[in-house]
Design a protein around this ligand. Structure first.
Ligand code: AMP
Ligand code: MG
Length: 423
C-alpha cells in the first residue's frame, strides 16, 4: 500500500537489477585473484596426488611380509634405500625388504603399505639409514598410502563459475595447476557527496558545516562489497558543479553513487542532472529510511553505460539504500550469485516499533539471545535517519512490513544481518 508515487521495494529493485549483467571477464594471475569471482568453471589441470605416496614417515613394505609382526614377534626386513618427497625411488621393494619413506615420498614398486616409524625399532627423527629394520606391527595392504588421484583427477570439476575466490579456493586452484584465471572485472564505483554544508573529514569545520561522513561510509561499503571505490569528493549545491562532477565520474566508472540532493528541496538538483546527462529511471521508493532514492544511467564515452544512484543525504538513509540497492548491483557486476549476500534471520522484537504505515521500515536493531536460544531484536537506539550512533551499535536491520504504524514487542520479524556475508 505505498503512496501513489512511491514504488514498492521489490519493483524498484527488480527494475534496477533487470539490465545488470556481470562485467566482462579478464585474465589475472592467481596471486591477484583473491576476492574476485570466477568467470568460468575451474577444473583440475593435473591429478593430485600425481602418484601413490606415503602418508607417514616410516617404511614401505610388502604387507604379506609383516602379517605376523607384533611387539613380541617383530619381523626384521632388509632396508634397501630411502625415498624422500621430491625424489624417485631408486629401486623396488622385494620379499623381506623395506624402503625408508618420508611423508609425501613416492611409493616404491612392490611395496603395498607403509609401517610408520613409531611401529619399528628405527630411531625417529634425523638418523642414518639403518641396514635392517624390525617391524613391530602388522599393516593391511594400502595402509598409510595416499592414492594417486585421491584428491582430484585431471578434468575434475573443482569450483563453479560465480565462486568468490577466498583463501581456500586459492589453495585448491594453485594445487590444481592454475597460474592464471578468468575472473570478472571489479566494478569501479565513483563516490560523490553533494552539499554546501560538507567539509572533508579532517579539515576544520566552518560555522555552518559538518563532516562529509557519507563519502567515507560509501567508499567503505563499496570496498566491503568487493568493488573499487573512486573518491570524487564533494560537489556544492550548484547545478554546473554537480553536472561536471558527475560527468567526470561517468567517464571511467561503472557505477556512480551520489549522496544528497535527491529530495524535494530547492537545492535538490541531482535527479535533474541525471536526466540531463542520461536518464532518471526511477525515484522515490516506499521504504523508511531512504524514500527519495533516485536511479538512472548515463552513456559513457567508450559506448558503455554508467549506472547512477542518487542516495538521500541523511547518513543512515544513504547507508541503508546502499545496502538495499547498490550492494546487489555491485554483486551482480562482480559476477556473484545471490543478490543481497546477507544472512536473514527470524527474531522476536524486544521493543515496540513505530513507523510510517505506507512504507517498509528497516530498523536498526541489536540482537540478543533468550534462554531458549531464540533471537531477540532490540532497538539499537534512536531511529532518526540522521542518527549514526545507533547504526554503529546495530547488528542488523529488522524488516517491518508496510501496514500498521505501530508494531508491538513480541512480533516475529526478519532481520538482515549486517555483519554476516553469504554467497
Ligand atoms: P539532502 O539529502 O541533501 O537533503 O541532505 C539530508 C541531510 O543529510 C542533511 O541534514 C545533510 O546535511 C545531511 N547530509 C547530506 N550529505 C551528507 C554527507 N555527505 N555527510 C553527512 N551528512 C550529509
Ligand atoms: Mg543537500
Amino acid at each position: 500500500m505505498p503512496g501513489p508515487d512511491l514504488l514498492p521495494l521489490e519493483e524498484a529493485r527488480a527494475r534496477i537489477l533487470e539490465d545488470v549483467l556481470p562485467l566482462r571477464p579478464v585474465s589475472m594471475p592467481l596471486a591477484e585473484c583473491r576476492g574476485r569471482v570466477l568467470a568460468e568453471e575451474a577444473i583440475a589441470l593435473i591429478t593430485l596426488p600425481p602418484w601413490d605416496n606415503s602418508a607417514m614417515d616410516g617404511y614401505a613394505v610388502r604387507s604379506e611380509d609383516v602379517s605376523r609382526a607384533s611387539p613380541e614377534t617383530p619381523v626384521t626386513l632388509a632396508v634397501v634405500g630411502e625415498v624422500a618427497a621430491g625424489h624417485e625411488p631408486e629401486s623396488g621393494v622385494g620379499e623381506r625388504q623395506a624402503m625408508r619413506v618420508l611423508t609425501g615420498g613416492m611409493m616404491p614398486p612392490g611395496a603395498d603399505a607403509v609401517v610408520k616409524v613409531e611401529d619399528t625399532d628405527a630411531p625417529e627423527g634425523v638418523a642414518a639409514l639403518p641396514q635392517a629394520v624390525a617391524v613391530r606391527a602388522a599393516v593391511e595392504s594400502g595402509r598409510d598410502i595416499r592414492r594417486a588421484g585421491s584428491d582430484m583427477r585431471q578434468g575434475d570439476h573443482l569450483l563453479a563459475a560465480g565462486t568468490r575466490i577466498g583463501p581456500a579456493a586459492v589453495a585448491v586452484l594453485a594445487a590444481a595447476g592454475h597460474a592464471q584465471l578468468r575472473v570478472h572485472r571489479v566494478p569501479r564505483v565513483g563516490v560523490i557527496a553533494t552539499g554546501d554544508e560538507l567539509t572533508p573529514v579532517g579539515e576544520p569545520l566552518g560555522p555552518a558545516s559538518i563532516p562529509d561522513s557519507n563519502s567515507e561510509a560509501i567508499a567503505a561499503q563499496v570496498a566491503a562489497a568487493g568493488a573499487e571505490p573512486v573518491r570524487l569528493g564533494i560537489a556544492t549545491d550548484d547545478r554546473d558543479v554537480v553536472r561536471e562532477r558527475l560527468l567526470e565520474g561517468v567517464r571511467d566508472c561503472d557505477v556512480l553513487v551520489v549522496t544528497g540532493g535527491v529530495s524535494v528541496g530547492a537545492h535538490d538538483l541531482v535527479k535533474e542532472v541525471f536526466a540531463e546527462i542520461g536518464t532518471l529511471d526511477l525515484w522515490r521508493v516506499a521504504i523508511q529510511p531512504g524514500k527519495p532514492l533516485a536511479y538512472g544511467s548515463a552513456p559513457r564515452p567508450d559506448g558503455g553505460y554508467c549506472l547512477l544512484f542518487g542516495l538521500p543525504g541523511n547518513p543512515v538513509s544513504s547507508f541503508v539504500t546502499f545496502e538495499l540497492f547498490v550492494r546487489p548491483v555491485l554483486r551482480r557486476l562482480r559476477g556473484e550469485p545471490g543478490d543481497q549476500g546477507r544472512l536473514v534471520i527470524r527474531a522476536t522484537l524486544g521493543d515496540e516499533v513505530r513507523k510510517s504505515a505506507a512504507r517498509r521500515a528497516f530498523v536498526r536493531v541489536r540482537l540478543e539471545t533468550d534462554a531458549d536460544g531464540q533471537h531477540i531484536a532490540r532497538l539499537a537506539g534512536g531511529q532518526g535517519s540522521h542518527m549514526l550512533s545507533s547504526l554503529a551499535l546495530a547488528d542488523g536491520l529488522a524488516i517491518i512490513k508496510e501496514g500498521p504504524a505501530s508494531v508491538p514487542a513480541g512480533t516475529t520479524v526478519e532481520v538482515i544481518r549486517l555483519d554476516v556475508e553469504i554467497a
